[in-house]
Ligand binder design. Structure first.
Ligand SMILES: Nc1ncnc2c1ncn2[C@@H]1O[C@H](COP(=O)(O)OP(=O)(O)O)[C@@H](O)[C@H]1O
Ligand SMILES: Cc1cn([C@H]2C[C@H](O)[C@@H](COP(=O)(O)OP(=O)(O)O)O2)c(=O)[nH]c1=O
Length: 795
């Protein structure tokens, strides 16, 4: 039962605000040691608006997830010892995508200050639930009769809710203005005092007054905490932190509190004998009081909560009223925040309707109290699943999108519920509703934490909390009247009679309301996203990050691979000429040596005088060349929507350094992934040829370089590895028998590339066929080019 009241009272959810796209985005800020001055959000790189990896801002190397926090490199399935990088295109955080929830939670808990805050929060949350159980018990025990005890219960809840509406915004301004740590400590100490006073005074009026004061104090504590947490963690850690805190507050501590309360009740009589003045309810209240005292002590010892204020950078010259006004105007004028506020408020209003109609609905399903209990449990199961699994299901879908979609999803479930007459179907729908609601809740608070700057975060959280409570009160107050007013009718449709009852109409209205606010929120928050919603959702669910980049207008990346003399250079050139003739901006490039510093590396690598290069050193040199290549050429060209064709890429390292030099393939893969930031080709064309033939061709071209001079066996291993790589991911490879004639090969390549490019938004040339792009020209948008749909290609 505790759960119902929690959003109304208890320790409010106050999930830790977090990150959109936590799995994929990495904040270039290294993990902040809480002992150091934490980075402020504005110092961090803002996540890309579409939630896709920020492609145009090359991610610095140090943005890589600290190794200790990631299961380093977990290679995908690799038949024949080979394998391909999945999830490519995901910058350094690529590793993150493969990190399980548990590992992420562990990493979050490794941040000392956050761990301490979380522990003290958990303790207070436990105490709060226990206190709530005790207070409702006290309130009902202090009056006689059924009606009076119901009234007392309602009054307790009302007293918990009311102050928050009024005080919320004030408290938010307070949290943004004053030292957050001191605010939290003072409010905790005061709450300790008030909770302890309830059993001491033992009077119903005082209980209400104390409740009011406690809740008012909580209103100051929560925004301070919510606003402080994002400063303690890296951006990408905020989502798991939020998951942890929500599950603790709504999953673990209420259950624990209920068990302890029940245990206290059952041992009550013996306790009464030992301490006649203290009954079990009193004891629960004392325990609760103590948790606040402990929390105060813990928080006092966490200077990082003060954040920048402690460093003396505070002191907004604004007046208190001015800052209050600023908070409202910020929430009202920032589309993202406006969308969040509308969505969260609407969703809670709908939640209020569901709470208010729950009992009647359960009765209508014919299950009575038991059905009510089941439905109630189903909500929590759904919420838990949504919060725990949501981020991994949604993957790199922008949290701005998920938020609106999930609210609409929850609304649809409620609409369906309204016209469900079977308990088990209703239960299923309720689980699904909870699931969507959990996802929306997590995404919403995540966005508030990451997208709202530190200066106004407290106020923003406070406004949301106030509106949530107002929405709940409103629907809790209005719905019972509505249900009564509509009453119970049934509509005769000839074949069947449909019961039209107050609670069903109200549920329908709540569902429609949720769908409406979901759409509204989506519209507000989804400003100018280039990828159509459906394609976005489908590619996110399929984990197709490469398709996602292409959909976002991120160019197309084609690599040619194969042994010496396979005909790569020949085909690269021909493909580019054809694409240019077809009106597309196509760029050719190569490895090693396509950048100025790469050219130096190439000389070292291929000069036969350098015979003493060790395999590892060789691998590092190729990786260094590649990193520069990605940074200077590939990324920028792809970002401007070009078709980029490279002569050799990562597979060459896997084949030559991995198989050829017998460096473990996983090591080479990890190194390459690090160097490329996860960029991988959309298509790799493998020109497969027996090494004897290729080497003979190459020798006809020029003198053998250092690699070409390797043994035949070496080149055979190279060939086998290329083929194994292609076999392990057939969709992304075109393997061609390179003994075929050049024209034949070019034709086959054109067919496949036509298929690859169809319908993509690429840079097109004005009517100027036959003008090849300079391969090593600095990447910039072609002066007359424009991005549009791919022209009709003629393979
Ligand atoms: N399909 C083909 N059949 C026969 N010879 C070819 C073919 N394609 C290219 N060549 C010749 O083989 C040599 C190596 O070709 P090149 O494109 O430079 O290969 P790579 O870049 O793979 O080393 C060149 O002399 C080229 O003219
Ligand atoms: C890109 C790359 C190339 N190489 C080797 C393959 C080639 O022998 C050489 C590149 O020389 P290059 O002359 O560009 O090769 P090709 O003529 O076959 O196109 O470097 C590696 O060993 N590892 C790598 O990662």
């Amino acid at each position: 039962m505790a759960g119902t009241v929690s959003p109304l009272g208890g320790r409010p959810p106050s999930p830790l605000p977090t990150t959109p796209g936590a799995e994929i985005q990495s904040d270039p800020t290294p993990p902040v040691s809480p002992r150091e001055e934490p980075a402020t959000p504005d110092e961090r790189t803002a996540p890309p608006p579409d939630g896709l990896p920020s492609a145009n801002t090359p991610v610095p190397a140090e943005a890589a997830v600290p190794l200790g926090e990631v299961d380093a490199d977990r290679p995908g399935p690799s038949p024949n010892g080979a394998g391909t990088e999945r999830d490519g295109d995901v910058p350094p955080t690529d590793g993150m995508a493969s990190v399980g929830l548990v590992a992420k939670l562990r990493a979050v808990l490794r941040v000392r200050d956050f761990r301490r805050l979380w522990l003290s929060m958990s303790l207070s949350s436990f105490g709060d639930w226990l206190g709530l159980l005790a207070i409702t018990a006290t309130a009902t025990s202090l009056v006689d009769g059924f009606a009076a005890s119901n009234f007392a219960l309602g009054a307790v809840l009302l007293f918990r809710l009311l102050p928050t509406i009024v005080l919320g915004p004030l408290a938010g301004a307070f949290a943004d203005r004053f030292d957050r740590r001191k605010t939290m400590v003072v409010t905790d100490v005061l709450r300790f005092g008030f909770f302890a006073s309830i059993p001491l005074v033992d009077n119903l009026v005082w209980l209400f007054v104390a409740q009011f004061l406690i809740e008012a104090l909580s209103m100051f504590w929560i925004p301070a905490k919510d606003a402080a947490v994002p400063n303690m963690l890296r951006k990408d850690q905020l989502e798991p932190a939020n998951q942890l805190s929500l599950v603790t507050t709504y999953g673990l501590t209420p259950v624990l509190a209920a068990i302890v309360f029940a245990a206290l009740n059952s041992t009550g009589s013996s306790l009464q004998k030992a301490l006649p003045a203290v009954d079990q309810v009193d004891l629960a209240l004392y325990v609760n009081a103590l948790t606040f005292l402990v929390a105060a002590i813990v928080i006092w010892r966490l200077p990082s909560i003060s954040g920048r204020r402690a460093a003396g950078t505070s002191g907004e010259p604004e007046s208190f009223l001015g800052s209050l006004r600023h908070g409202f105007s910020f929430a009202g004028h920032t589309p993202l925040v406006r969308g969040l506020v509308v969505g969260i408020t609407g969703a809670f209003m709908a939640a209020g309707v569901i709470i208010a109609t729950g009992q009647a609905y359960a009765n209508a399903l014919g299950g009575g109290e038991a059905a009510y209990g089941l439905l109630f449990g189903a909500v929590f199961i759904g919420l838990g699943l949504g919060i725990a699994l949501g981020p991994s299901v949604a993957h790199d879908l922008a949290r701005e999108r998920i938020f609106g979609i999930a609210i609409v999803g929850a609304g649809i479930m409620v609409v369906l519920m309204a016209w469900t007459f079977t308990l088990w179907v209703a239960l299923l729908l309720v689980v699904l509703m909870g699931f969507f609601a959990g996802i929306a809740y997590l995404a919403g608070f995540t966005l508030l934490g990451t997208e709202v700057q530190d200066e106004v975060r407290g106020r923003t959280f406070a406004i949301v909390q106030s509106l949530v409570r107002a929405a709940l009160i409103l629907s809790l107050a209005v719905v019972p009247f509505g249900v009564g007013l509509i009453g119970r009718h049934s509509v005769d449709l000839g074949v069947l009679t449909v019961p039209v009852t107050g609670e069903r109409i109200m549920l329908l209205a709540a569902g429609l309301l949720a769908v409406g606010v979901g759409v509204l929120a989506y519209r507000q928050m989804d400003d100018g996203r280039p990828v159509p919603l459906l394609a976005d959702v489908v590619t996110a669910l399929r984990r197709d990050t490469t398709a996602r980049r292409r959909l976002a207008g991120g160019g197309v990346f084609i690599a040619f691979e194969g042994g010496e003399g396979a005909g790569k250079s020949t085909q690269v050139k021909r493909l580019q000429e054809w694409l240019t003739n077809e009106g597309l901006v196509a760029r050719t490039t190569f490895e090693p040596g396509a950048t100025p510093s790469g050219a130096g590396i190439r000389t070292i690598l291929l000069d036969r005088a350098h015979t003493a290069i060790s395999p590892r050193s060789e691998a590092l040199l190729y990786a260094a060349d590649r990193a520069q290549h990605v940074h200077d050429v590939l990324r920028p060209a792809l970002d401007s929507g070009e078709v980029v064709i490279t002569d050799r890429f990562v597979d060459s390292s896997l084949a030559y350094q991995g198989a050829g030099r017998t460096i473990p393939l996983d090591d080479v893969r990890m190194l390459s992934r690090w160097a490329t930031g996860g960029l991988e080709p959309d298509l790799t064309i493998l020109l497969d040829l027996p090494p004897e033939t290729g080497l003979a061709r190459a020798r006809g071209r020029s003198v053998a370089d250092r690699m070409e001079s390797e043994s035949l066996e070496f080149h055979q291993r190279v060939r086998q590895t290329f083929r194994a790589l292609a076999e392990s991911d057939p969709d992304r490879y075109l393997v061609l028998d390179a003994t075929r004639g050049a024209d034949e090969l070019a034709a086959a390549i054109r067919v496949r590339v036509t298929d690859l490019l169809s319908g993509l938004p690429l840079q097109t040339l004005p009517q100027q066929p036959g003008r090849p792009a300079e391969p090593s020209a600095p990447v910039q948008r072609h002066p007359h080019a424009q991005t549009g749909a791919t022209p009709q290609l003629h393979p």
